[in-house]
Design a protein around this ligand. Structure first.
Ligand code: ADP
Length: 261
């Protein structure tokens, strides 16, 4: 009788193992398909500027010496495509770095200092834009590397500027809520259609490809921001109304006394 009990238990264990094994294989298959899709998308995105560059270079080769208008136009277009290609490569590297599973150094960021520095620089570059900054008077440090936080904020503020209309004013705020810091970037821009808001964190997703392309958008900024912030146990979400504006909200854990998450 005891022997049969053992056999039954072994059978159950085997069935359990088979389920776990199948689930693992499904996960591996899914991750493999996602990687394949990523390589396909990245190749496609890289091909576009390369083809345009090729076209302009052959124009230059044929007519450039005789026609100064073609020389000017094609040189300018080639430089634009080249800078686009460079940004694409840099962003792809950033994304791969943000996605790899290496554990991050536990660091603390002074959000107050970072935001003031960032706004000071942005005001110099964009004198036509009003940046309104609201920060809690006493704000604890956040658990994230300062360099990564800066990178995320630049992506969000850059988007707020790129997708604005005439009113380019941007509100940025930072406050503490319990064990988290809430950060938000608000613009009065073109907004995102309701049925596409959930897509914008996907790699290479752009609501309006033509508009994004015009202002250098590649569709990787929000993917990089999301992957980075989640590595630090934070979160990011978007609220948007088409034609009215967009609010991007982030949370980050505060540094506790023992300096851990
Ligand atoms: P991109 O380089 O195209 O800006 P992102 O990943 O940063 O790529 O954003 C993805 C898409 O989400 C953009 O192409 C744009 O359509 C939309 N988007 C992002 N931020 C905003 C914003 N603040 N206002 C309106 N649309 C936005």
């Amino acid at each position: 009788f005891q022997g049969r009990m053992v056999i039954y238990r072994q059978k159950d264990e085997l069935a359990g193992l088979a389920i776990v094994f199948n689930e693992m294989m499904d996960e591996i298959e899914k991750s493999f398909q996602q990687q394949k899709q990523f390589v396909e998308d990245a190749s496609h995105e890289l091909r576009t500027p390369v083809s345009i560059l090729e076209g302009h270079l052959s124009l230059l080769n044929r007519w450039g010496k005789k026609d100064p208008a073609i020389l000017d136009e094609s040189l300018e277009a080639s430089l634009f495509e080249l800078s686009r290609l460079k940004k694409l490569i840099v962003d792809l590297l950033e994304l791969t770095r943000a996605e790899n599973n290496r554990s991050l150094m536990v660091e603390k960021a002074n959000i107050d200092k970072i935001l003031h520095q960032l706004i000071k620089n942005l005001e110099m570059i964009h004198p036509d834009i009003q940046f309104k900054l609201t920060i809690d008077r006493i704000l604890p440090f956040a658990m994230i590397s300062e360099q990564h936080l800066q990178q995320i904020l630049i992506i969000l503020i850059d988007n707020a500027i790129k997708y604005s209309k005439e009113n380019k004013d941007i509100q940025i705020s930072a406050e503490q809520a319990g064990s988290e810091i809430l950060l938000s970037v608000i613009d009065n821009g073109i907004g995102i259609p309701a049925d596409q808001v959930h897509e914008v964190f996907n790699r290479f997703y752009r609501v309006d490809k033509a508009r994004s392309r015009e202002n250098g958008g590649i569709g990787l900024g929000l993917s990089i921001a999301k992957r980075l912030i989640e590595k630090y146990n934070g979160s990011i979400s978007i609220n948007s109304k088409e034609g009215i504006g967009t609010k991007v909200s982030m949370t980050l854990p505060v540094v506790t006394e023992n300096g851990r998450f």
